[in-house]
Design a protein around this ligand. Structure first.
Ligand code: HEC
Length: 134
């Protein structure tokens, strides 16, 4: 009777180990290739597109400015001096010349709320990645 119980216990143990190995292997052998785009990624690519279409002509494709507008990497635009609301306001209302001598920034009509938020996320990420000019 004890022998028989031993036998059953051993085989249950073997079955459990086998099941764990099989499950483990099948998990490893089927890597998840559909990595979902995170919200930040989605905002990043939309933001880059909005920036290229609506801001780059003055602020530069590399954000470093042109003869029509200042560099967005200037320390003037760090978040404590120009918070995100300054961006929302500049886009909605324009920005009269006051920090530089490029002239006024005109209001940019035609951007949706999502596009405005995405372009701010994009600029903040670039400011972080490239660092501010001193
Ligand atoms: C037609 C040229 C032009 C375009 C297009 C433009 N800007 Fe500007 N922007 C300027 C100029 C010029 C200034 C500087 C005004 C000053 O301070 O003298 C400026 C200033 C700003 C400021 C600072 C505003 C403030 O409160 O001092 C922000 C933020 C800004 N731009 C963001 C953007 C973003 C984001 C876009 C695209 C969605 C954009 N700009 C498109 C010309 C432009």
């Amino acid at each position: 009777m004890t022998d028989r119980l031993d036998f059953v216990v051993k085989w249950v143990a073997v079955a459990v180990v086998a099941a764990v190995v099989i499950v483990g292997c099948s998990e490893n052998s089927t890597p998840d290739q559909s990595v979902p785009e995170t919200e930040a990624d989605a905002a990043g690519s939309l933001g880059a597109e909005v920036y290229a279409n609506s801001c780059a002509s003055c602020h530069g494709a590399d954000l470093r400015g042109t003869d029509k507008g200042p560099s967005q990497l200037s320390i003037v635009y760090e978040p404590n001096h120009h918070p995100d609301d300054a961006y929302r306001s500049a886009i909605a209302n324009g920005a009269p010349q006051h920090h530089w001598t490029f002239g006024d920034m005109p209001p940019l009509t035609g951007l949706t709320g999502d596009e405005v938020e995405a372009v701010i996320v994009f600029i903040r990420a670039e400011q972080e990645r490239q660092g501010f000019e001193q």
